[in-house]
Ligand binder design. Sequence first.
Ligand SMILES: [Fe+2]
Length: 231
Amino acid sequence: MENNMYPFVNLPLPYDYDALEPYIDTRTMEIHHDRQLQSYIDRLNLILKDYPVLQQMTLEELIINADNLSEGLRIPIRNYAGGVYNHRFYFDGLQRPSDLTPKNTLLEVINGQFGNFYNFQDVVKKAGMGVFGSGYTWLVFDKEKVKVITTPNQNCPIAQGYCIIFALDVWEHAYYLQHYNLRGNYIDDWFRVVNWEKANQLYLECLIDYQEIGIRRRNQGKGFNNGMTER
Ligand SMILES: [Fe+2]
């Protein structure tokens, strides 16, 4: 990940603010990226300002090691480093609207595990609808399988040693301007702008990582109980 060490900056979106119209509106993207993500970046930089040792850690290392930090740092680092990482993952996983479903290795895996792509969409949607309050739904790689999981707040699955394939932000700020309180409609629309090529590429990278350094990577994430729910 680019710019993954202090000082953090808000990297531009890999597409225009209006690129996801009509499924995710321009104003939501402007506020989500320029204000919400910016505020996580500003707060993370402010926290790290007085901790040179933490400034030498990557964003991933901050998240993975959050539970080993002092009590006063543990939750702020989990929230703000997670907020930066999770949002970057979410934004980078989107593209202009497409009717395409994955037609690649990832689709074969999804079909193999969920029966077909529509069953998979249903599992993702139900998981997203089931997040109480704010959080995320993820597709992660675990032990040669994919898994749909959820996390509350800005908790991140890499803290548990999972390799992420996609992130679905279900905080209200991701959809309220256009979809009001109808999270299910937002999730349906979000499926129209998922970058499946990117997801497939990440799946393949997860597979290689698992085959080469799986045990080591998983042991790095000693993990805290971050409220993760498996589907
Ligand atoms: Fe968000």
